[in-house]
Every structure is written in C-alpha cells, then in structure tokens.
Design a protein around this ligand. Structure first.
Ligand code: AMP
Ligand code: ZN
Length: 500
C-alpha cells in the first residue's frame, strides 16, 4: 500500500517516490507577515502540518521548510508601489522590521495554539538577500532576464520559446496574455507577463539593500526559489501552498529555477483549496477574514460562541484539503460535538485493559463478524491517508467505530466478540491518529471545550511571562494549576501540553 499524492503539475494522483529513499524535502510558502493571519491562511498551514505529520508517521525523515515573507511582497502582488511592510510601518511610524516582528510572533503563537509542528527551517526573505541576488545574476547570465533602469525583469516570452511557461496550470502563453493588460508608455518591461526579480528602490523606500544594480529589493517570487534551493537543493520532492499561488507565484518559481539551474524545482506540487465564507474565499482584502483569536474568544459579531483551537483544527480536518470548506457557526458547532464524541470514545479505549476483559480468551483476530468489521475499519485509516491524505475519510470511519467502542463499555458486546489483538490495535491506531497524525491535543470531555481554550490561554500567558523573565507569574500559574489537579508538561518541540 503506497502513498499517492495529487500533483497539480501532472493533474493526476500518482505514487509518491522520494528522490532519496526514506527522505522527503518539502517547501511550503509561508505567510507575508504584515498583518494577522486569518483562518483561511490557517487552513493551508494545518493541511501541510498534516502532510508533514503523516510523512513522519510513515517513517520518512522530513525536512520541512516554510518561509516567512518579510520583504519584497508589493501591494496588489505586482511590481510597482510600496511593499506591504513599509506601507504599514509608515502609517504606524515604526520600523518595517517592527511590523515583521509583531506579525511573525503572532503567526507562531497561532500555529502553536493550533498545534502545528514547527517546520524544520523557517527562513526569511530578508535573511537571504545575497542568495536572491546571486540567483538573479545567474538568470541574467543564462539570458532569461534583462535590466531596465536598475530593475531586473524575467523575460517570460524568451523562456516560453524553449519551455512552456504555463506548465503548472496547463495554460498556453497566448491564453495567459489575454488575461493581462496592455503595456503602457511608462512600463519598463518588454513583455506583459514579465515580472521583476530585483526592483530598484526610490530613496524614500524603507527596505532596501545594495546590489550590482544599485540599491533595491527583491521581487516576491525569487525568495522562494532561492531559499528552497539553499535548503532542499535544486530538485526536491514537494512544494506546497494555497491554490491561489499556483497561477503566478509558483508558475514564476518554476520559471526562475529552470532558467537558473535547468531543472524543475519540485517533483510534486501540492495545492490546498480555499476556506470560504458564504461561498466567497476568505481574504484580507475582501474584509471577510476571521482571525483565529476572534474564534478562540468568540469576540466577533457573527460568532455565536467561542471555539477552542482544537475544535477549529478538527473542523478543518473533516474536509479533504483539495475541496473548498465553508465556514459557519453551524459547522463549528457540529465539529465541537463530533470531537467530544471522539475523545470520549478514545478515553474509554485508553482506560480499558483488554486482558482482564478477555480473561484468557484464545480467539484470534478476525474470527467474529464484529472483529473483522473493526479490523477492516482500522485498515481504512492508512488506506485513506495514502489516498492523497484523505483526513475526512479517516474521521468518517473513526466515527463508525465510536458506537462499537461505546457498546463495549456498556457491556453490550460479549467478551468473546473482539480479540485482544484487535483491541490493542484499535487502541494504538486511535492514539496514533488522533494525537500524532491529526495533532489533536486532548480536550476535556467534561465540558464543551471551553476548558481547553482557557488552558491554551494560560499556557500562552505563562510562556510570555517566562520570556519576559517574570518567573513569579509563570510559577504562580503552574502551582495554582497543580493545586487544581492540572499538570503542565514541556514538550520536546518547545510547546506545552496539559493533563488533568
Ligand atoms: P499570504 O500570507 O497571503 O501569502 O498567504 C499565506 C498562505 O495562505 C498562502 O499559501 C495562501 O495561498 C493561503 N491562503 C490565503 N487565503 C486562503 C483561504 N481563504 N483559504 C486557504 N488558504 C488561503
Ligand atoms: Zn513562495
């Protein structure tokens, strides 16, 4: 049973074959840190966290690189105008790097609350200016870029004469050209689809660096090409991001890497579908973005109540990552109930000792109808995940197991119905999937998930007070929680969990 992944590049689901056996290199486009991440962004990062976790579950050694875009991303995703950081910095009269710092910290906090594992490397665009300049120089030397007044443009039409530019979204240059505006008198670039690799800076531009072409800053797309090559090599396994990035950002990444190194950057291109609100994509520019914090606190006019980070995560996992997912109060409430049912069943399983239950029964796994049914359902977990990471299907089958687990507790199932081996497998698989693959931390089944939300908040406050060396506050939180029978535990990855 092998892992199959849907590849945007080939438009098919195909068997995953890593370049180096047992190793996977994965690059995912990270956030542009000029504002808070909204729930749509979170959906994409949760999807790749699941992919990362599942690859590890399969035994791969994964290097997961997710960048932070902290320079070069201009307003409207084009080559003119101010960059997103400078604009806000100017408005707030702070340094652009203060904006970057604020939203990077905010992003990492949200990722931790949602229990996304930190990537192996989290490189920043500003930390890799030299690499981006080197790559731009090489693309020019290879004849695929030209300079106009100290700005360097990628020559799309020249590139397209030798290899198809629109390969990722399967579109011809003529079709792509149709969707762009005519070049005007002030336009410097030669072709309508040409894009900037390096942009000269006006003196008042806040973020600029020296280069062979004078003071300037990198274009948005070159950072991902330069950083993926640096940490994963010229050709690596998986490149991911939201679907909205495929047509331009990822198309340009492929063109840059091929023009520079004559090889395709990634073998598998994975794109997540959008989180929508009433059918419209959630986006900052449309003003329909829900912030994670608004969900965790319930502080939003359209929200009926607060939802814990784990309910939000679970809500996302109930839909396959390549389908759109519509956000609503009703859907979240259903997820909250569903997650509670699942944890209750899991706790029953955990607290059950099959040996005492079975009491010397010699029966082998698969012997009874029920035993065979349970084994078949368990087998679908890996099968579904191997089918392009179908978390929705795994959860549907977990729910089919819930009444069986509950009936064991209620004594409705005869002790001879399930073998110990099946029982132990059921316990192991529930644990592996809920905790390791799906990354769901325990919610208290005694309430509606509020306690988990409160606990996450306390963990955050404790972390912040430790960072500020305010040990009196951090100790007080730990001691008083201990007094209430709640234990805080430091995790290996720097996170923290709790137990009651
Ligand atoms: P940005 O910070 O705008 O560069 O976006 C970060 C990531 O979030 C990118 O991979 C986007 O494709 C993704 N993204 C943006 N909006 C949504 C949405 N509504 N649903 C899912 N992913 C999104
Ligand atoms: Zn990128």
């Amino acid at each position: 049973m092998s892992l199959k992944i849907y590849n945007t590049l080939t438009r098919t689901k195909s068997e995953f074959k890593p370049i180096t056996p047992n190793h996977v290199g994965m690059y995912v486009c990270g956030p542009t840190v000029y504002s808070d991440v909204h729930l749509g962004n979170c959906r994409t990062f949760i999807s790749f966290d699941i992919i990362y976790r599942y690859l590890k579950y399969l035994g791969y050694k994964v290097r997961y690189v997710r960048n932070i875009t902290d320079a070069g991303h201009l307003e409207g995703d084009r080559d003119e105008g101010d960059d997103k950081f400078s604009k806000i910095a100017r408005l707030q009269q702070v340094e652009p790097m203060e904006i970057v710092q604020k939203y990077t910290v905010g992003f990492r906090n949200v990722m931790q609350l949602l229990n996304n594992l930190p990537p192996s490397i989290e490189p920043t665009a500003t930390g890799h200016i030299a690499e981006q300049i080197e790559m731009t120089k090489q693309i020019m030397a290879n004849g695929y870029a030209y300079e106009v007044n100290n700005t360097i443009y990628f020559d799309v039409e020249k590139y397209n004469k030798e290899q198809p530019y629109g390969i990722l979204t399967n579109r011809k240059l003529e079709d792509l050209l149709e969707g762009t505006r005519e070049l005007g008198g002030q336009d410097e670039k030669r072709g309508r689809l040409d894009f900037a690799l390096w942009i000269r800076a006006k003196p008042e531009h806040l973020m600029q660096w020296p280069s062979p072409w004078g003071m300037g800053f990198p274009g948005w797309h070159i950072e991902c090409s330069a950083m993926s090559e640096k940490y994963l090599g010229k050709n690596f396994d998986i490149h991911g991001g939201g679907m909205d990035l495929a047509a331009t950002h990822h198309t340009n990444e492929i063109a840059q890497s091929r023009a520079c190194y004559h090889t395709s950057p990634a073998n598998y291109w994975v794109h997540t579908n959008m989180l929508t609100v009433n059918g419209t994509r959630m986006s900052k520019s449309l003003g329909n973005g829900f912030l994670p914090e608004e969900l965790f606190t319930g502080n939003h006019p359209l929200l009926e109540k607060a939802y814990s980070p784990m309910v939000v995560r679970f809500f996302m996992l109930q839909t396959h990552y390549r389908s759109t997912l519509d956000f609503s109060n009703e859907a979240l409430q259903a997820s909250e109930k569903g997650l509670k049912r699942l944890w209750e069943a899991y706790e029953l399983l955990e607290n059950f000792t099959p040996d005492s239950y079975r009491d010397g029964n010699e029966q082998l796994a698969g012997d009874t109808e029920l035993d065979a049914k349970v084994l078949a359902l368990i087998a679908t977990f890996d099968e579904s995940m191997n089918d392009d990471f179908n978390t929705a299907k795994v959860l549907a089958n977990m729910f089919e197991l819930v009444p069986i687990i509950n009936s064991i507790k209620e004594g409705l199932i005869k002790t001879t119905a399930l073998s110990s081996a099946t029982f132990i497998l059921l316990q192991q698989k529930f644990k592996a999937y809920l905790e390791d693959v799906f990354g769901l931390t325990r919610i208290s089944t005694g309430d509606d998930g509020t306690l988990d939300g409160v606990m996450q908040l306390l963990i955050e406050i404790r972390k912040e007070s430790k960072a500020k060396k305010d040990y009196a506050t951090s100790d007080k939180i730990r001691k008083q929680l201990n007094a209430l029978g709640i234990e805080l535990k430091d995790e290996k990855d720097g996170g923290m969990s709790w137990n009651k």
